[in-house]
Design a protein around this ligand. Sequence first.
Ligand code: ATP
Ligand code: MG
Length: 382
Amino acid sequence: MQDLATARILVVDDEPRQLKAVCEVLRENGCPVVGVTSASEALELLTQDRYELLLTDLIMPDMDGIALLRKAIALDPFIAGIVMTGQGTIGTAVDAFHSGALEYMQKPFRVGVALQLIRASLATRQLRLENADLQRRERQRTEELEYANKELAAFTAAVSHDLRNPLQVINSAAWILSHRYGEMMDEDGKDGLQMLQSAALKMGTLIEDLLKLARVTDTPPHVGVIDVTDICRRVATELQRQNPTRSVEVHIEEGLTAFADGHLVTLALDNLIGNAWKYTSKVEHPQIWIGRDIEDKRQPFFVMDNGAGFPADQVAKLFQPFKRLHLQSEFPGTGIGLTTVRRVIERHGGRIWAKGATDQGATFFFTLPTTRENAEQRKSGG
Ligand SMILES: Nc1ncnc2c1ncn2[C@@H]1O[C@H](COP(=O)(O)OP(=O)(O)OP(=O)(O)O)[C@@H](O)[C@H]1O
Ligand SMILES: [Mg+2]
């Protein structure tokens, strides 16, 4: 709490005796106070200097205390204000405070009570200052983070794009080698070529995934009402088309909607359902459930499966780029999918988290705005 001895206090009262009495009490308590007898004098001082607290009479001939306080706040939004009222004027003061939200003190006042009120007002001012500073720092950090993300996205996009050309050359050269000279090679030669081709293929996928990740940050989202149930069905149908031999039971809740960017959410669900599909490939009766958890007050969407799961204590690593909890030989992948999903969800102001255990399946939860109001709120950090 601020010490009274360092607080700059301005006292205004058109009654000189009253003013003297108040100033004396404050000085006796070590407070370097400045006293004036009119609102206009006070305003002049307020424009020249910074005061932490304005203690003003309510009724004065040139300007009432409330009007003076408003002007003082216009000059310094953090100034603490206390209005001193005579008996019978408290009602007016309280009414006025409803619009200005400051303190009042009834005359004649007891010294102890007055000092307490002054200290409390100074403490509130201090808190408001700290709060404003925190908010400013947070805004600055968010801006810096957004800038860094954009920079990183631009860099990723440029590098991935440039990597495509040399990769194309490697692919063509390998193709020529295997078609023209394949017959002349011994087994070791053929193996080497095979390794080269599969590494090039993997690198191609990695580049495409990185480009997708960069695009999430690059392009501004186009939000509107989207049919999440329909998106999930399409993703599942496509997975079945690409893997005709697999038989996975997919349960999708009817009527799921969100207020979000359809392309980005499709990209996220492609990965979440794709993961559920991939990590159930070794269980006997693979099943996937997609819906909303209405028991949880955040009412998140979820994608749940009964597949391989993951070690519960490793859950924090899931959303980090290139972190994989399974062997490439068991379940192939680049480890960038969930990073992309997280970025999509966070771009909508949502959150994503997961639950799972080894051999007991995995559930991914995420929140998305469901209405326009909801989306606005999230954007403003509400
Ligand atoms: N449904 C799931 N069940 C079990 N483990 C999962 C599941 N989804 C993700 N994981 C774990 O999280 C890791 C990261 O997932 P992510 O989607 O980012 O990468 P990936 O699927 O390995 O590769 P890709 O970049 O091709 O998607 C996976 O390697 C896997 O270990
Ligand atoms: Mg994946």
